[in-house]
Ligand binder design. Structure first.
Ligand SMILES: Nc1ncnc2c1ncn2[C@@H]1O[C@H](COP(=O)(O)OP(=O)(O)OP(=O)(O)O)[C@@H](O)[C@H]1O
Ligand SMILES: [Mg+2]
Length: 731
């Protein structure tokens, strides 16, 4: 089917033509034939790389041309930016919704296409973003994630809520890996499009004994390294001019592989030198330096411990063809378009807490394999598993290559999933009685899947009981309504169980302490926590003893709860070190984590600090200013004494400390010192920028300085006394 024969907006056709896309791929043509451009719901279950994004884009432009608005849901921020870059620059306004959870983001509504994660959409629904009701097309990319235990329930509820709010909205679900697409299509009242067609040939095989066994025949692999066959497999494709992605089970393995690959590739391209310099300039940790050294030779690793900048550089270097191999944990797997001719799935077992090493699901194998052989990037793709022995070859063929992706199942009846969703249904007006709640839940994928929904009913009832007992929901006669605190908790987008823990503690506190506050927050179910090794316990015990008076939660008597107690303390300790201006490198070394982990933990604790500050307004207003200040300290990684300085734009933890140590402790002192003195401390460009800010402030006289907080609060009273107690000061 030729694109110029379709009834699509002319500018889009022109864009496609100029980038060489003239014919629809067969499954894309089928979507059109099945009514995609006429508003029909679709579930598109077709292989990786078969052009699902273009399908969604054609539908989106059709809506926009008729004055509609489109919401495109993705699982990850990385995918959100790849997709919004792809949609942008084609005559439509594209917005990307990430960031704070309790905002309505009304300005986002000016866009024609909004790309967002499901959690963000859920929070927008809870905060009554007006433009949500204007959405005429909902696209859900990687819709098989409805099956994910952590995130699936939110995705399912978001789809159900959006359909309830906008009944005439078109829905398009996309995935390459659904075992039971018919069932999901039934729930979405969607036409089902399936296919096995792939634009680029993807050969799948198993490597053993210096040969890759493909269904199409064997391929010998040159024996370059004596000890590392995975390296030989990688070099084999690089020698032919391809690039290679290697999936391994742990960060350590990813780093070890990259070192080996770098030693073998030994590239000396000037571009790589440039990337290595960029990486080195910001590398504070050993990991960062290792990455720079590997990249300089043409290999890289990729995992969640990398900082954003490190990831960006690695991805760019690979996309541009300079970096020849990336070894990665599955962070790179879903949906990304990368020029990998060969994907090696080296570790098909992965550690799972409490269960040991488990084989990865078929769907996940297919997602990884599908990164190879992307259209316009490679002439063909190869996905290779590595067998341990001859027998393993057959098993891997049967269990992965010939196997179908798993069925997807609703995870909404999991007991922990429903507290937050039941509260939000009541607080956002989707249900005002038990009957309405049941009616709504009857439209869930779970109810579509299970005729008998007693399990779910029980989970709903127990969530409701909890919410009533915590006074977040009131039941009067047959009416259900959220209380003031219930509505706030729903808008803050925290788990009601976290809120109950926070409120329960705040109610009984008299003395404020940063350590106690952190301990409290790190003990809630919303906070990701560090693992505790036996060797850590001694340090943690000393710490607990030294800070006994400041901690808010006593040590549990029950042994089963002890692990979780220690984990909260260790996490709180890391965050306390961060707010105590400990350099990134030392934090990473002390806790055995990467900069990306620190960033993720700081992001989570900030969201919870913000929520706690809001809750304290209601339950303990005297704590509110201190919690708000600590939120700013945590955001910037600074002690309280630097608070006045970070209110200046462009001043973060490092520059503020430099100014402070040079006796410039406030914006007033900075102004009085004059631009030359400040230039000597922090450099010319930034000094000029600050003085123009200060000048603007002076002209506006009464107006407050720009604030670094999200709510533009007035500058706080002077900082609290220096030398605040932190977790690290002990023993
Ligand atoms: N009709 C077409 N002609 C030429 N190229 C196309 C066509 N449709 C899509 N492509 C190209 O195919 C590539 C892969 O598409 P896309 O990212 O949409 O894959 P996908 O189906 O979403 O895969 P995955 O399941 O891995 O996410 C893109 O680079 C896109 O530009
Ligand atoms: Mg895709």
């Amino acid at each position: 089917m030729r694109i110029d024969t379709l009834s699509l907006p002319d500018n889009l056709k022109e864009r496609y033509r100029s980038s060489g896309i003239t014919e629809l791929y067969p499954p894309q043509a089928e979507c059109v034939q099945r009514g995609m451009l006429d508003g029909k719901n679709l579930l598109v279950a077709i292989p990786t790389a078969s052009g699902k994004t273009l399908i969604a884009e054609m539908a989106m432009h059709t809506h926009i041309a008729r004055g509609g608005k489109c919401l495109y849901i993705v699982p990850l921020k990385a995918l959100a930016s790849e997709k919004s870059d792809e949609f942008a620059g084609k005559g439509v306004r594209v917005g990307i919704a990430t960031g704070d959870f309790d905002r309505r983001d009304d300005t986002l509504g000016r866009n024609d296409i909004i790309v967002a994660t499901s959690e963000k959409v859920d929070s927008l629904l809870r905060n009554s973003a007006r433009w949500i009701s204007e959405v005429t097309l909902l696209v859900i990319d990687e819709i098989h994630l409805i099956d994910s235990e952590n995130r699936g329930p939110t995705l399912e509820m978001v789809i159900a809520k959006m359909r309830c709010r906008n009944p005439s909205m078109q829905v398009i679900g996309l995935s390459a890996t659904i075992g039971n697409p018919r069932l999901l299509a039934g729930w979405l009242e969607a036409e089902l499009v399936t296919s096995t067609w792939r634009p680029v040939d993807l050969r799948q095989g198993v490597f053993f004994n210096d040969r890759i066994r493909f269904r199409e025949g064997d391929r010998p692999v040159k024996h370059v390294s004596k000890n590392y066959e995975d390296l030989n497999l990688c070099l084999d494709t690089i020698t032919e001019g391809g690039q290679c992605l290697v999936f391994v089970s742990s960060r350590k393995n990813a780093e070890a592989f990259a070192k080996r690959a770098a030693g073998a590739i030994k590239s000396d391209l000037p571009e790589l030198k440039g990337y290595a310099e960029q990486l080195n300039a910001s590398a504070e940790t050993e990991m960062g330096k290792t990455l720079a050294a590997c990249v300089e030779k043409g290999a890289a690793f990729h995992h969640a411990g990398l900082s954003r900048e490190e990831r960006r550089i690695v991805e760019e270097g690979f996309r541009k063809g300079f970096i020849k191999s990336i070894s990665s944990t599955p962070t790179l797997a879903a949906g990304l378009n990368l020029p990998a001719r060969r994907v090696i799935i080296r570790d098909y077992r992965r550690f799972s807490a409490g269960e040991g090493m488990l084989p990865i699901p078929v769907g996940e194998y297919q997602q990884m394999a599908g990164r190879a052989g992307r259209p316009r990037l490679d002439p063909y793709g190869e996905a290779v598993l590595i067998a341990k022995d001859e027998q393993d070859v057959g098993t891997l063929f049967a269990e992965y290559i010939e196997a179908e992706a798993e069925d997807v199942h609703s995870k909404i009846a999991e007991p922990a999933a429903l507290y937050t969703h039941v509260l939000s249904l009541i607080a956002s007006g989707f249900a005002g009685t038990r009957g309405e709640l049941a009616t709504f839940m009857n439209r869930s994928f779970y109810s579509h899947e299970h005729r008998q929904s007693r399990l779910m009913q029980r989970a709903v009832d127990s969530a409701l009981k909890f919410l009533v007992s915590e006074e977040m929901v009131m039941e009067v006669g047959e009416h259900l309504g959220s209380t003031e605190v219930g509505s706030l908790v729903s808008r803050l987008y925290i788990d009601p169980r976290s809120a109950a823990i926070i409120i329960g503690t705040l109610r009984h506190r008299e003395e404020y302490s940063d350590a106690g506050l952190l301990q409290l927050i790190c003990g809630t179910p919303d906070m990701p926590r560090l693992y505790v090794r036996n060797a850590d316990r001694e340090v943690l015990d000393r710490m607990i003893e030294a800070h006994e008076d400041e901690l808010w939660i006593p040590m549990p008597a029950d042994d089963d709860e002890l692990e979780s107690y220690y984990r909260a303390i260790k996490t709180a300790m890391l965050l306390s070190d961060w707010a105590d201006e400990m350099p990134d490198a030392r934090i990473c070394e002390r806790y055995g984590v990467g900069p990306g982990d620190v960033y993720g933990m700081v992001e989570s604790v900030n969201w919870l600090l913000h929520a706690t500050a809001e809750l304290s307004r209601m339950f303990l207003p005297t704590f509110h200013p201190r919690i708000r200040d600590y939120e700013i300290c945590m955001k910037n990684g600074i002690r309280r004494e630097l608070l006045p300085l970070v209110k200046l734009r462009g001043i973060g933890r490092v520059r503020a400390r430099r100014l402070f140590n040079n006796a410039l402790t406030s914006p007033e002192a900075v102004r009085a010192a004059g631009i030359e003195a400040v230039t000597r401390i922090i450099g010319k460009g930034i000094a000029e920028q600050i003085f123009s800010q200060l000048e603007g402030t002076r002209k506006r006289q009464e107006e407050p300085l720009p604030s670094t907080t999200s709510h533009g609060t007035k500058p706080k009273k002077q900082a609290h006394k220096a030398g605040q107690s932190t977790f690290s000061h002990f023993g």
